[in-house]
Design a protein around this ligand. Structure first.
Ligand code: UDP
Ligand code: MG
Length: 315
């Protein structure tokens, strides 16, 4: 029988945690597999950590890692991957948006041996604002266009993976993590399971529109160099256009002795070109900033408290 590790990143989830724990434990106990529930407290400011401690005290299947501050969901998942002992490893949200009822089917699919991972995607975005959905769709269209890595629209981080795949993910130790891209990049045979969107049972989403927008930009910069190419090709085209324009002006001056005119249009061109240059510099700046962060080799997370021995506390 395979051991299953379930990683649960938690940031201020006091209202949802208990329901999640009860439901997931009930379902996974029914499977008869050995298992561990890894709760990662990502710097919560509510009672999340106390609840984790209580659960750990009464249930030996529960492990908790508590970060020294909020490092973000990506870091929480990474901490889980680095410390999970299972043969099959899953990531699940604490808010019941990832239905634990799917676990038995996912485990069965892996046990049949044909697949290395079972990933989930939402069939729809019921309950989400139309503007947000629209931007999300556009993001997925764009990133799939400009990146070689397949990033599925509506994909959740909820997946069950075999050990080999998780080992490959741990090897991808980049500081700027975009898991949806990393899961696709490592490859392996993945089965996609679709389900109706479920709204979170309590609390509210930790993702503001701005945070999501930044995450989307991160995804693009991490998995595509096309913006850089656009900047350099755009620059080349503009230089070419400027040469042609110069030629036209010189010839016109020689033939017709053009009087001075077009102050307004000159200013427009200068401002336009200035804008394009700044935009391109900005794109380069984004890549340089990412490189800068990578070269520092800062740890992804710092675990301040845990109930487990031999844990990688800083990584
Ligand atoms: N989360 C986290 N750290 C953060 C933000 C979120 O660990 O900085 C956790 C959160 O507790 C939840 C999961 O990541 O279990 C997904 O967050 P949320 O439900 O807010 O995202 P959504 O489902 O709305 O995309
Ligand atoms: Mg959620």
């Amino acid at each position: 029988m395979k051991k299953i590790s379930i990683i649960v990143p938690c940031y201020n989830e006091e209202d949802a945690l208990l329901t999640f724990y009860r439901e997931t434990s009930r379902i996974i106990k029914g499977m008869g597999n050995e298992y561990e529930l890894i709760f990662v407290n990502d710097g919560s400011t509510d009672n999340t950590l106390d609840m984790m401690k209580q659960l750990a005290a009464q249930d030996e299947h529960v492990t908790y890692f508590s970060f020294s501050r909020n490092f973000g969901k990506e870091a929480a998942m990474y901490a889980g991957f680095c410390n999970a002992a299972g043969d099959y490893i899953a990531v699940m949200d604490a808010d019941m948006q990832d239905p634990p009822a799917l676990l038995p089917q996912m485990i069965e699919l892996l046990e049949n041996g044909e697949y290395d991972s079972v990933a989930t995607r939402r069939m729809n975005r019921k309950g989400e604002s139309p503007v947000r959905s629209w931007f999300a769709h556009k993001f997925y269209q764009l990133i799939n266009h400009i990146s070689d890595t397949d990033i599925v629209d509506g994909a959740r981080d909820f997946r069950l993976m075999k050990r080999d795949m998780v080992d490959a993910i741990i090897e991808m130790s980049e500081y700027n993590r975009f898991s949806k891209g990393i899961f696709g990049w490592v490859g392996f045979r993945t089965y996609w399971l679709s389900y109706e969107n479920v709204e979170r049972i309590a609390g509210e989403t930790k993702w503001s529109f701005l945070k999501l927008f930044k995450y989307a930009i991160d995804g693009i910069i991490n998995f595509s160099q096309v913006p850089l190419s656009i900047a350099s090709w755009g620059g080349m085209l503009m230089t070419l256009a400027a040469f042609v324009l110069m030629l036209v002006i010189v010839v016109r001056r020689a033939l017709f002795g053009d009087p001075v005119a077009g102050w307004a249009s000159t200013i427009c061109v200068i401002i336009f070109i200035g804008g394009v240059q700044l935009f391109c510099l900005g794109i380069m700046g984004q890549y340089i900033a990412k490189t800068y962060m990578e070269t520092k080799h800062r740890p992804h997370f710092i675990i301040a408290e845990t109930n487990k021995d031999g844990v990688k506390k800083i990584c």
